[in-house]
Design a binder for this molecule. Structure first.
Ligand code: VG1
Ligand code: CO
Length: 542
């Protein structure tokens, strides 16, 4: 039976960079999740009788919201729901399922790299029929709807058993509980030369993958240990836990310190990697070398043709604006397109759909391609392994050769987390007001060449997205970018992105923070970070 439940709106359901993210207790308020899910459905047209994919990263509250979403999908007229067993679907796997089974769209329950647990973070995002995050037009409509919503529809059938693969008819809708790994692993086998990678591993190449007690565990176990023959234990923290074992499932040098230290040790394995809460990010560390995500994007793009799925070459590369220009140099040399988008994967969808870009990436450890419409952590790891298997060289050799060929883009991101929201907004506003006066200004030996507030003009649908980050470009090509995070749940996070291009290969071995020291000082001076936030130093440096 379908019930119509009356409700009152919440004022704070504005989706951020990647869906709506809030603390679990906020999501547990009466009707909070229901309001948002109904607002999604109310913002869509033409889904009657169609398929909805539902899955999440296994974090605390995942199962409860999945049951609500299934019952609401039935009440709102969907014909079928496909849901991952155990409520599990990594973000890229969900994107694949939507595409492969021609679903109308999907609801992904995740707060990605944010911590999980009863007092930590939860999130909901909607993906459209191409498998990618809903574009701003839809997320804006969802927000508008959420501000005035007065009822939602829900069916009252019993909870679905999510722990066995089955198909049942409930309340006139089919619910199909599917294996979350199978279709994804099959797609990876199509794109990459598993034979070559298996051979590399059988010859003694050692790999170490940290699933961070998050969603990629079951995928990584199946792919690396079972299909590629890596020894048992190559994948660690492979059991998805609702609180990620109390850690942040963020694959960076702070939260993967153990893996990093191991990779820098004398008897390090050949290759170390990790992925985040929902499986769309990647961390790549070779023996003795951390590969920055921006370099990784450039190197993957330059070598993608070595993998069967990309043997015909790539059409173009897209990167988010704060991501370093390393990929631009590859695109230029190869004569393929290069696109600069705002932060967040939703901006890549149009370029991928139009065949303009094949490979996309972000400085925040996200890389992916046209195989799905999300960034994909295991995809990046497998492309690296495929390249290593074909080239027969070490990670460090491949990276240093890349720098010698293209020059090195020294790059770092400084995050100031948990800053007072007004202070952070004040810093950005003050900086924005200063923009016209900045060109020509000197900071030490650096002179500002140009400064702007990045706006993106989508070449496909012609939409315009304003205020996507403040860019300060210096003479000689170095730059500093400032923006506020759109994924946090506590206060504000200021992100400062710092980049210097160094063509001279005799200067490619400087420690990153040292190579960027003058730009870091300029960033402090131009934005008065200390004055606005009271902070002397960033909380996280990547
Ligand atoms: C961050 C990253 C951005 C990424 C987004 C979602 O956004 O900077 O590059 O697309 O997270 O990633 P923000 O607004 O906090 O800077 V995920 O893996 O958290 O879904
Ligand atoms: Co993620």
């Amino acid at each position: 039976m379908i019930k119509t439940v009356s409700t009152t709106p919440y004022a704070d359901q504005k989706p951020g960079t990647s869906g709506l993210r809030k603390k679990v207790p906020e999501f547990q308020q009466p009707n909070y999740a229901e309001n948002f899910i109904q607002s999604i459905f109310d913002s869509l047209e033409g889904y009657q009788g169609k398929t909805l994919v539902i899955g999440g990263d296994g974090r605390y509250y995942n199962r409860e919201v999945i049951q609500k979403a299934i019952k609401m999908a039935a009440a709102n007229g969907f014909g079928k729901v496909m849901v991952g067993k155990g409520g599990i679907l990594s973000t890229p796997a969900a994107s694949n399922i939507i595409r492969k089974y021609k679903a109308f769209g999907g609801i992904i329950l995740s707060a990605s790299h944010n911590p999980g647990g009863p007092t930590e973070d939860f999130g909901i995002k909607y993906n459209i029929g191409n498998g990618g995050p809903a574009p701003e037009k839809i997320t804006d409509a969802i927000y508008e709807r959420s501000k005035v919503i007065d009822s939602y529809k829900i069916s009252d059938f019993p909870d679905i058993n999510l722990d066995r693969i089955a198909r049942e008819d409930v309340g006139g809708m089919i619910v199909s509980v599917i294996d979350p790994v199978e279709d994804y692993a099959a797609l990876m086998e199509e794109l990459f030369d598993f034979g070559a990678i298996r051979n590399l591993i059988s010859l003694g190449f050692r790999l170490n993958f940290d699933a961070m007690s998050a969603v990629t565990g079951p995928y990584a176990k199946e792919i690396f240990e079972i299909r590629l023959g890596a020894p048992d234990g190559s994948v660690r923290n492979f059991l998805p836990l609702p609180d990620f074992g109390g850690h942040h499932p963020d694959p960076n040098l702070v939260h993967c310190k153990e893996l990093y230290d191991e990779m820098m040790s004398d008897d390090a394995p050949d290759f170390g990697a990790a992925s985040d809460g929902d499986g769309d990010r990647n961390l790549i560390i070779g023996k003795g070398i951390y590969v920055t995500p921006s370099d990784s994007l450039a190197i993957l793009a330059a070598n993608a043709n070595l993998a069967p799925g990309y043997s015909h070459g790539i059409a173009g590369i897209a990167r988010s604006m704060p991501t370093s220009g390393a990929a631009d140099r590859v695109a230029e040399k190869r004569g393929v397109g290069i696109y600069e988008t705002p932060t967040g994967w939703k901006f890549f969808g149009n370029l991928l759909d139009a065949g303009m870009a094949t490979i996309c990436g972000e400085e925040s450890s996200g890389t992916g391609s046209n195989h799905v419409r999300e960034k994909d952590g295991l995809w990046a790891v497998l492309l690296w392994l495929n390249i290593l298997a074909v080239r027969g060289e070490s990670v460090i050799d491949i990276v240093t050769q890349h720098w010698a060929t293209y020059g090195r883009n020294y790059y770092s991101r400084h995050d100031y987390e948990g800053v007072d929201t007004n202070a952070a907004n004040g810093l950005i506003t003050a900086l924005r007001e200063k923009l016209p006066t900045l060109p020509g200004t000197k900071y030490g030996d650096l002179t500002v060449a140009a400064a702007d507030d990045f706006a993106y003009h989508d070449p496909v649908d012609k939409s315009v997205s304003q205020h996507q980050g403040i860019r300060i470009m210096f003479e000689g090509g170095s730059r500093v970018v400032f923006r506020l995070s759109g994924t946090g749940t506590t206060g504000a996070t200021l992100r400062v992105y710092i980049e210097r291009y160094e063509p001279d290969s005799t200067r490619h071995n400087i420690e990153t923070q040292e190579a960027l020291a003058d730009l870091i000082a300029a960033a402090q001076a131009v934005a008065d970070i200390k004055g606005h936030t009271g902070r002397d130093a960033p909380t996280v440096i990547t």
